[in-house]
Design a protein around this ligand. Structure first.
Ligand SMILES: C[S@@+](CC[C@H](N)C(=O)[O-])C[C@H]1O[C@@H](n2cnc3c(N)ncnc32)[C@H](O)[C@@H]1O
Length: 253
């Protein structure tokens, strides 16, 4: 799912903060390194890029990808976003793509990002809006609720889509001390070319992975059928062509 969901968004977020050759970039909750690597290409060999994440598994995937051709070497650090090992005021740019909504202490995480930036440095933060604005994932949520119950349905909705309000994002950033905070909803197309099968596969990489893996064959079949049925109105010739909407916030220290 990285290619259709996160790659194009990484380009959009980097356009918003415009890292230049030779600059330093911190990617908070870097995951498998999708945006980190794009940032490394933009700042080039004279730049510096650090990716931080809580998950050793994600960092292992990121490290395994190796060097970015003509890009900055990437350093990785295993750390929670609200207790970062980063020195004060040493980055020109901080980015955080689809991470903030998962942090248990969002003000502390943003305070750490603020601390990491040089005076005048830029920040870019992306957080999905309401799940209803991302129809393929709303179809999954409806299928999960129908077959596995309200509690798991709410847990699914509340993960990646758990911080949809643009003004909450703005207020958090302003309270962390960022200036010129601007939050805009952005829309990009997403095409799931394997259709509902690909939708169901995303469940194995998300918050309900354990529950889905533990399902018996009959319940798994019911879940797949329910998701396919909820996705039927947006399925065209076996594909799910749709869109995702994310709030993209920028600011500066
Ligand atoms: C949806 S992924 C986004 C990854 C990456 N930014 C991207 O766009 O491809 C969310 C990431 O947040 C990380 N994460 C969740 N809670 C965290 C925390 N408290 N501190 C640091 N990283 C965290 C997860 O390990 C995961 O890699």
């Amino acid at each position: 799912m990285v290619r259709p969901m996160f790659e194009p968004w990484g380009g959009l977020l980097l356009d918003a903060v415009a890292p230049r050759p030779g600059e330093s970039v911190l990617d908070v909750a870097c995951g498998p390194g999708t945006v980190t690597r794009r940032a490394a290409a933009r700042v080039g060999t004279s730049g510096r890029v650090v990716g931080c994440d809580l998950s050793p598994g994600m960092l292992a995937i990121a490290r395994d990808k190796g060097l970015v051709p003509d890009g900055a070497a990437i350093e990785h650090a295993e750390a929670p976003a609200d207790r970062s090992p980063i020195d004060h005021e040493c980055f020109d740019v901080v980015i955080c793509q689809q991470g903030l909504q998962f942090f248990p202490d969002k003000p502390a995480a943003l305070a750490e990002m603020h601390r990491a930036l040089r005076l005048g440095g830029r920040i870019g933060v992306a957080v999905w809006t309401r799940i209803e604005q991302c129809p393929p994932f709303a179809a999954i949520a409806a299928g999960v609720t129908e077959v596995l119950g309200e509690e798991l349905g709410a847990r699914y909705r509340g993960g990646p889509w758990g911080m949809p309000a643009w003004d909450e994002l703005r207020d958090l950033m302003q309270r962390a001390g960022f200036a010129d905070v601007d939050v805009r909803p952005q829309t990009l197309p997403v095409v799931l070319d394997d259709g509902p099968v690909q939708l169901i596969a995303t469940l194995l990489g998300g918050a309900l992975a354990h529950e889905v893996i533990a399902l018996g064959a009959e319940q798994r079949r019911r879940l797949e059928a329910a998701i396919a049925r909820h996705a039927e109105p947006i399925t065209v010739d076996g594909e799910v062509p749709s869109q995702m909407v994310s709030n993209v916030a920028t600011g500066r220290r």
